[in-house]
Design a binder for this molecule. Sequence first.
Ligand SMILES: [Zn+2]
Ligand SMILES: [Zn+2]
Length: 279
Amino acid sequence: MMCDTMGDFLPNLWRNFIADLIPFVAAAAIVVITIAYYFWRKQHAFDEELFKQPPPRGECPICFLKMPLLSKEMWYRACCGKVMCIGCHYAMKKNRRICPFCRTPSAASNEWMKKLMKRVELNDAVAIYSLGCQYNTGRSGLEQDNKKAIELWLQAGELGHVAAYNSVGYAYNNGRGAKRDAKNAKYYYELAAMGGDVCARHNLGILEKRAGNMTRAMKHFMISAAGGHVTTLKEIRECYLDEDATKDEFEKALRAHKEAKDEMTSDQRDAAAAFYGEN
Ligand SMILES: [Zn+2]
Ligand SMILES: [Zn+2]
């Protein structure tokens, strides 16, 4: 039968067009949902890894207290590649300056650099990190070179020294030796935090807080508070006052922080901190 009016013809044309389009729209929707699900799963798996409890903190091999958080509170022995806490280093200095690990007398600074370089050649991660710190500030007769510091910290990080990745993150965050780059800073902070570095965990909390991601910021802060980070407590208190953290979270953070600090505190360490703080 012939179509007698344009009024019948046009709706049929649209109906056929839409019917032809449905399979394509359905296929496109499936592709979009699959891609979105893939990225959601990927982010979810990454977050599980990022926010899981960090490995337990190592102990000082001499006093058996948990190691302090900051690298300036630990001392690396270039003679034998061992690390001790600031308290034990202070006690060693008072006790004829003989290394308690290998019985070698403490070296003068030029000798110390030679020993450090030998340890660097042996691919000792702490020695490489330490050399990076010397370049970063231009100490021990080295000219300041922040770029070189980053190279060495990356090398130390690959060898398993997680604090080195925190230093790389800090360099990117502050534009020291590299162009300021928030994405890179976060990437290296995350590597360090997943390896158990408490300072990197705190730094991640700050980055998330600045970005307004308060749930993620609090997740980081709760971990760094339990690791004994002092400044984190101030941040959690602010979050609590701004109603981004609950009273329970604040109290839990205070308790966990105290426990961590108790495991890291001794009269010897306090005396050392007072001595080196004044010198
Ligand atoms: Zn110690
Ligand atoms: Zn030694």
